[in-house]
Design a protein. Sequence first.
Length: 132
Amino acid sequence: WYGFDGQDYRVYTSLRDDSGSWDSPTALSLPGNHAKSPRISIGDNGEIVILWGRRDPLAGHVIEFAYLDIDSGKWSNPEVLSALQKSSIWGDITFDGDGVYTVMWIEIQEKQKDWDPDIFRLVVRSGKSSIN
C-alpha cells in the first residue's frame, strides 16, 4: 500500500507470519519521492516483487521496484527500472514462473506527447535481480 508519512507519499509493506501476526510496516520507497500506485506479484517459491511509480526531479516519473529476498527475509533497496530521460507511468507486473516476472509501463515523450509502452523481463532469484 502507499500512505502519507507526514511529508510525502511512500510505499509500505507488512508481512504476516505463520501464526497470523503482522510485522511492523516497512517503507520500501525512499522519503520525498511521492511514491504511489504499488503493484505486487508473488512467485511460486514465496518471492515477492513490488513495483511502483514515483516522482523524479530529472525525468518527471520513474518506475521502481523492490523484492523480498526469501533466503534472508529482507527487502532489497529500491531499483529504478525505467529510463531516466523519459517520464514513465502506469507500471504493472506479473509472475511468469521460475523467478521470472514481466514488467510493463508507459513511457511518455513529454515534448512529442508520444506514448511508448515498454515491456521488460525481470528475473529475481536468491537475492539477485536482472533485467532483460
